[in-house]
Design a protein around this ligand. Structure first.
Ligand code: FAD
Length: 397
């Protein structure tokens, strides 16, 4: 039996990082919002798991992100207050490499243009202040005290709980298979066979992470017909996270170690997030190689972790934190990046549909923006425009 059509003002497809923030923002505005996810977020099948995500303001990737980051910091703090949870820890971040490395240069540029507090010193000073590290004495390092990390699962959980408390509806374990728009109304279809469900709304937000290549194509009713698959040329990659046993070493704890990120020239940068109180399981120092890949579909996330990638990650870590060589690997798992062609996010109205907003291609650095992207998507879904400075991220179909 075909189910009757269900109605909402706005439907959000994908309730991970960006979708949960959007649903909350819509609910705060009193919009009749419906969120749908293929699983039951927070979960460990997409991009929002692993206990911690780096957060920082002096953005080396581009200084246009800085105003959005300032707003995002406020958004995390508001959610902490509203939900009564701790989401953010400002333990500082150090980034660096050989003199003139892109991370240091970009951070300094952002700090200069946006009047942010950073410290600029050499590798010798890094080792004097944090003896855990071993780097060449002439390396160029930039430290930002307001850097640190946020807790991804707790953030998604808190955003969804708050959204529901404010009246949003959530449908879990429901994969959306297709959607269509006539520019005024959207229809969204989920499930299969006799359990197929349909929703109709004035606007649609697509925030389905690594599944976006298949879902960002829609059907234009009365328009150009079916839009090509993967219009934003997204490329999901499967990244590996590794936890090293801290053996109770306070030198690996957020009270004594900053978040760190070291450029390695043509090799993927290595980064680490320290252990912290209440981090749950897995515990220890979390390390990874940013953008190591390979390209992969999100359905492969549960595949066995490649021991060669774990070894590569351990070796890159031990080069900069020598004691790591003797510490056991306590856990390793996969997590999805969704790369855009230029590494910048794709956020805005769908080029073919005025009532469809998209947020995708977060290219391994999007979590720290979740609250502000949620605000921008809510603006777009409700008003068709936003005052937030996201123009540089506009989708180019
Ligand atoms: C290893 C790793 C380390 C990272 N480190 C950092 C960091 O330090 N700092 C930082 O800022 N960012 C970091 N990121 C990036 C950040 O986590 C991502 O950019 C962000 O989580 C992407 O959010 P999203 O909403 O696009 O995807 P997700 O959070 O994965 O949400 C997508 C949701 O859509 C749902 N969905 C998919 N298809 C459908 C469908 N057909 N129907 C219904 N629901 C669907 C999924 O189930 C999922 O819940 C990291 C990512 C990884 C993998």
């Amino acid at each position: 039996m075909v189910q009757p059509i269900e109605h909402a003002d706005v439907v959000v497809v994908g309730l991970g990082t960006m979708g949960s923030a959007t649903l909350l923002e819509l609910a705060r505005r009193g919009v009749r919002a419906l969120g749908i996810d293929r699983f039951a977020p927070p979960h460990d099948r997409g991009s929002a798991h692993g206990g911690s995500r780096v957060i920082r303001l002096a953005y080396f990737e581009h200084s246009d992100y800085v105003p959005l980051l300032r707003r995002a910091y406020e958004g995390f703090e508001r959610l902490e207050r509203d939900a009564g949870v701790v989401l953010k820890t400002e333990c500082g971040v150090v980034m660096g490499g050989v003199a003139g490395n892109p991370a240091s240069v970009g951070m300094l540029r952002s700090a200069r243009e946006h009047d942010l507090d950073v410290e600029h010193f050499d590798g010798a000073e890094l080792m004097q202040r944090w003896p855990q590290f071993a780097v060449p004495r002439d390396w160029e390092i930039v430290r930002e005290a307001r850097g640190g990390f946020v807790r991804p699962e707790a953030t998604v959980r808190a955003a969804l709980a708050e959204a529901e408390r404010l009246g949003a509806t959530i449908v879990r374990n429901m994969p959306i298979t297709r959607w269509e728009s006539d520019g005024r109304r959207v229809r969204v279809f989920g499930g299969a066979g006799s359990s197929t469900r349909r929703w109709e709304a004035g606007a649609l937000v697509l925030s389905s992470g690594a599944w976006m290549p298949g879902l960002s194509a829609g059907v234009s009713v009365g328009g150009s017909g079916v839009v090509a698959s993967n219009p934003f040329a997204l490329r999901p990659t499967r990244e590996t996270l590794v936890w090293l046993d801290d053996e109770g070493d306070r030198g690996w704890h957020a009270s004594e170690m900053p978040v760190w990120f070291f450029d390695r020239g043509s090799a993927p940068p290595v980064y680490g997030i320290p252990a912290f109180d209440g981090m749950g399981s897995p515990q220890g120092l979390k390390v990874g190689l940013h953008g190591r890949g390979p390209d992969a579909a999100p359905e492969s996330i549960g595949d066995a972790v490649d021991p060669a990638i774990v070894d590569e990650t351990r070796a890159a870590t031990s080069e900069r934190i020598p004691v790591a060589v003797s510490r056991a690997t306590s856990h390793a798992c996969h997590c999805m990046y969704t790369m855009s062609p230029d590494g910048h996010f794709v956020v805005g109205l769908h080029p073919e549909f005025a009532n469809v907003a998209v947020a995708c291609g977060f290219s391994g650095h999007g979590f720290k923006f979740a609250p502000v992207i949620g605000e921008a998507l809510a603006d777009l879904a409700v008003d068709g425009r936003t005052e937030l400075p996201i123009g540089f991220l506009a989708p180019r179909g």
